[in-house]
Design a protein around this ligand. Sequence first.
Ligand SMILES: NC(=O)c1ccc[n+]([C@@H]2O[C@H](COP(=O)([O-])OP(=O)(O)OC[C@H]3O[C@@H](n4cnc5c(N)ncnc54)[C@H](O)[C@@H]3O)[C@@H](O)[C@H]2O)c1
Length: 270
Amino acid sequence: MTSTDKPTPSNELISLKGKRAVITGGATGLGYAIVYRLAEAGAAICIADIDSDKAREAATQLTEQGYEAHCTTCDVSNESSVKQMVEAAGKDMGGVDILVNNAGVFPRKELDQMTGQEFEKVLSINMTGTFLCSKYSSAKMIEQKKGGCIINLGSIAALHPTYKGMSAYDSSKGGVLMLTKSLALELGPHNIRVNAIAPGGMLTQAMMNATKGIPTREGLNKLKEFMHRTALGRMGYPDEIGKVALFLASDMASYITGEMIVVDGGYLIS
Ligand SMILES: NC(=O)c1ccc[n+]([C@@H]2O[C@H](COP(=O)([O-])OP(=O)(O)OC[C@H]3O[C@@H](n4cnc5c(N)ncnc54)[C@H](O)[C@@H]3O)[C@@H](O)[C@H]2O)c1
């Protein structure tokens, strides 16, 4: 662009009209907040979730509001399930341009209590699931020859341990951060951008359930300490992740790849 060229208007850059997006774990929580923002920006949506009932409910809710929404049952840790999911999503929407790897679990168990199998289970959903969905979706994007975009849900846990008992989760998110950079390098030549979002403490049902695992007084103190440490003095709302996902999915972020955007209200700076 030269100084005499008129830049594309911002409302066109942020639009996702004509794009087709798959969001794993999109039935609830942060996933649904992302689904909503992408649908509102004009993308066709496919919610890929292990919970079929919730995925169907969420897709119906969107369809009733006039958005194009599909759903498919998928366990992101299972390769044949992921393969089928990408095929189904591609068939329903006519292709796949955007993938959001959001499905994740965060069980709390300290080292002496956790078995090797339990550790691997967390990695297989949070990290291997991200790899598998990226592998099959990017193959479709490459075949389509129109570029694409992958957004991974990392966490501030990739940069700083959460608290005791979260070794599997923290390791999986560290893996997601490095996977984001490695895949960005591999997929860049196909004009597929790969980025991550690192949420801090967000107000989702799952987050509330996770803190219930901590004995009450300790749990309350942890939450208080968490809010106190956060520069903005509060937890985040799911839509505060949805808005960042929309930015990364859109042409507003056309030259950003291999990055992880921290969205933590200023927790890590304190
Ligand atoms: N909530 C937070 O504070 C927070 C902070 C940092 C990172 N994150 C990350 O954001 C993502 C979403 O978190 P959330 O709080 O919305 O969680 P959530 O539990 O509300 O939602 C997770 C969704 O993933 C689905 N899911 C779980 N296992 C699956 C599997 N094997 N295959 C397919 N779908 C599966 C669930 O059915 C659910 O719909 C996770 O990756 C999480 O690690 C959340």
